[in-house]
Design a binder for this molecule. Sequence first.
Ligand code: RP5
Length: 161
Amino acid sequence: MTDQPRVGLIMGSRSDWETMRHAAETLTTLGVPHEARVVSAHRTPQRLYDYAATAEGRGLRVIIAGAGGAAHLPGMAAAMTPLPVLGVPVESKALKGMDSLLSIVQMPAGIPVGTLAIGKAGAINAALLAAAILAGTEPALAERLAAWRARQTAEVAETPE
Ligand code: RP5
């Protein structure tokens, strides 16, 4: 396995890190090289353009984009890269992330964004889904992912107390 980042984690604000760090931690647990950057579609549009336009050439294979509110970051990123983009709706204060979810999931046909659940669960699942995508061509990662899932299964108690 190379240390070159394979997954790019981007988020609209530093305030999203509390959610998106769960994606980073899951990728670390699975041994998936990744990078994390703050890239805002509306506050730093040039940074978003530069990131998306160079992502594939830099060796990234999947982008995970987390944003809250009018969350256009995943869709804008998907419009500018051929890489698969997984969107994580960050829970917003005013609408509890329903705004984030609907603005990420409702992409018009033609530019797909794989949308996950709101918040921490979505961040973790985005990382697992990114790992599953990479595992198709990385057998060692496929084994680590299978072991992760087996551990999770083994930890489920048979009785409620
Ligand atoms: C979005 O606005 C970010 O993704 C974040 O979820 C939300 C609020 O950002 P801050 O005001 O906390 O920087 O762009």
